[in-house]
Ligand binder design. Structure first.
Ligand code: ATP
Length: 352
């Protein structure tokens, strides 16, 4: 297949191609006309709120659900109606689905045993797979003797041992506590880079998606609203939904947008791009400013969120690092009349 570019990411081949993909359950339209190309070796995340159709797309790629309409190609071959075992993909589920009575080594070998792979080769490949998830030496343990994060890696090894072209991961970190989850996000991304397999990862957690992905497909009500790199999706949200779901919704619209920007439109400004200055501060020509009153102060440790009610109507959220201010300093600012400034290049127009 010819070299291509997906949203600025250069790729040699397309591992997964979805065209006009649709799935209905009775009167529920779970997936509605989805088109998506996923590159070989890419880490692509399906991100969206609960019920937006992410898992159903994943299950159709795996073959656990058949599409109502549309096409699924894996490495250029139409697999839309093939059973799961005829597709070169493996799935890692949120609950890991490990066999509790088998050792870690036997859990990882299990799939190869079912396929009739000989004992020596099974052993060797399972050891390799455990090494690739940084669990060398843990083969003799039972799953119950492992931590949540380790069990998650066993589940990953069990999928990797089959050397699939594509790995599908359905909220695989969902059962872990926040600290471990953040650790595993970095580990999982590093493992994916090492093994070079295409990962399709489902999550409803925008930070997780931004941390791990080469590209993100943002889902809403069964449809894709935007596909792009984390920076594109965050800094250049294509729709109001994306602006609100990925990061904090901070929009100027209608009369407020006319008063501040001079145009009746919808503009997104990220909270960390806005600075709070004194009311009489000078305004640089490449900056936009608007005055308002601090209505709420939310201290979150390393940073503070301010909700500022604008004099012209509407409100904006401002995020400031607490590098030089204490919690008492920031909390005392409530009800202060201040000026907000941001670079004009940091306001982004959303065409609705
Ligand atoms: P979550 O993050 O909660 O898992 P999701 O984005 O993965 O959500 P899906 O599980 O794909 O969403 O569900 C999409 C829609 O399809 C939902 O309205 C859901 O209730 C419906 N749905 C999914 N599977 C079935 C099914 N087997 N029968 C009927 N409706 C279903």
């Amino acid at each position: 297949m010819a070299a291509a570019t997906l949203d600025g990411v250069s790729v040699d081949t397309v591992a997964i191609r979805l065209r006009g993909l649709r799935k209905t359950f009775g009167s529920v339209v779970a997936v509605d006309d989805v088109d998506l190309d996923i590159a070989d070796g890419e880490f692509l995340t399906l991100l969206g709120p609960s019920g937006s159709g992410k898992t159903t797309v994943l299950r159709m790629i795996a073959g656990f659900e058949l599409p109502t309409a549309g096409l699924i190609e894996l490495a250029g071959v139409d697999v839309s109606h093939l059973p799961p075992f005829q597709r070169d993909v493996n799935t890692v589920f949120q609950d890991y689905a490990l066999f509790p009575h088998l050792s870690v080594q036997d859990n990882v070998e299990y799939g190869l045993k079912v396929k009739g792979v000989g004992k020596d080769e099974r052993r060797r490949r399972a050891v390799e797979a455990l090494e690739s998830v940084r669990l060398e030496g843990y083969g003799a343990r039972k799953p119950i003797e492992m931590s949540g994060g380790q069990r998650q890696r066993v589940a990953l090894a069990r999928a990797l041992v089959n050397r699939p072209k594509v790995l599908l991961l359905d909220e695989p970190l969902g059962a872990l506590d926040l600290k471990l989850r953040e650790q595993m996000q970095i580990e999982l991304k590093a493992i994916q880079r090492d093994v070079g397999i295409t990962f399709v990862f489902v999550t409803h957690d925008q930070e997780e998606a931004l941390t791990m992905s080469d590209r993100i497909a943002v889902f809403n009500a069964g449809r894709i609203e935007q596909v792009g790199t984390p920076a594109q999706v965050y800094e250049r949200p294509a729709t109001e939904f994306v602006a609100g779901f990925v990061g904090t919704s901070n929009l100027l619209r209608g009369d407020v947008s006319t008063a501040v920007v001079g145009v009746d439109g919808v503009f997104s400004i990220r909270p960390e791009k806005i600075r709070m200055v004194e009311l009489d501060s000078a305004i640089a020509t490449d900056h936009r400013c608007v005055d308002g009153t601090i209505a709420e102060v939310i201290y979150v440790g390393d940073a503070t969120r301010f909700v500022v009610r604008l004099d012209v109507g509407g409100s904006l959220v401002v995020l400031q690092q607490n590098s030089t201010s204490s919690s008492a300093d920031v909390l005392a600012t409530c009800d202060t009349h201040i000026r907000l400034c941001w670079r004009k290049e940091d306001e982004y127009r959303i065409y609705t």
